[in-house]
Write a protein of this length. Sequence first.
Length: 380
Amino acid sequence: MRASVLVDIGRLELRDVPFPELRPADVLIRVNAVGLCGTDFHIFAGHSNYNTDERGAVIPLSKQPQILGHEIVGIVEEAGPQAKGVSAGDRVVLDQGLNCLSANRDPVCEYCATGDSHQCAFYSEHGITGLPGGLAEFLAIPAVNAIKITTDIGDAEAALTEPLGCILHSSNMASRSRSRYSLKAEAPDDRIRSVMVCGAGPAGLLFVQYLRNVAGYDGLLMVSEPNKKKRDLAARFGAEAIDPVSEDVVSAVSDLTAGRRADYLIEATGSGKVLSIIPQLIRKQATVLLYGHGHAGVDMSALNSIMFLEPTLVASVGASGSFDHDGRPVTYRRALGLLEEGKIQVGPFITNRYTQLEAVPGAFHGDSSSPEYIKGVVLP
Ligand SMILES: [Zn+2]
Ligand SMILES: [Zn+2]
């Protein structure tokens, strides 16, 4: 079968690769859609590589090429004899992460047992940690990692279940944290009155909609984003959009909050420069959700000024969370449901649709740096 293979940093090749092997509890998926995500671009550019050996040392792409793609929608082509809950012909969204239930391990590890399957002690991820991803014709995955789609939601839209799942999971981590301010606090003084979202890429745009349409937050919601197209969408979804190029973000936030600054800041850029101005954007003992990864270009002393304000720092990664009654990840189901109900809209920011695997290198090489690009989905 054909696959788009990352054979080295910056080098994607269309190759013939062995057909996936179907184990008894697996389903064989014919790929319909794959969302391209920041993580893919980081791996492509050589900024990160999550394929490591038992000792945690990175295995270079030149030694073990990677088929990228972890935001996957497809059709069940064949179900193994022990596969439960889905059958041939079903359209499904995949949880790319293999946990204890995926491996039918008994007893499950301490993380799977406490609803944090994305931190499973035996975790591995299709499209990220060396296991083949969705940028291929087919993929074999345990049936418990496949969630049936029962509505007529588009393939491209459904592919955003995983990124939305990450937003739900991190927001849940923030609300579970012991913080001075929270969204649902009883006492008005403890309630979050100003939220700052740094960055309106797909993540920032999902956070804005989550806060407005799911969490029911109706207070001040500010977003800083240099790209006009993204800024306009953030405004359309209910945020006060700030252009950090033409405006001084620190003064803008100070003005909008009457000097109070943000009670809750969501860092969704992964930019070191943004990290370094967080102390000027937040209130003392605010909550800071560190969602974006990367933060290159600043030294660790940027943390000093953040620490001085004693914020609750919440770091999160992944989406799967706890298991539903049938072993499927609750967070993915909830995310898919929100997309199907239209509570969260992703259509307006899926800017690039690629209908062939041949087009994948173009997405990585040029398109993603265009000012018109927000989110690309491959529909092979
Ligand atoms: Zn992703
Ligand atoms: Zn586990």
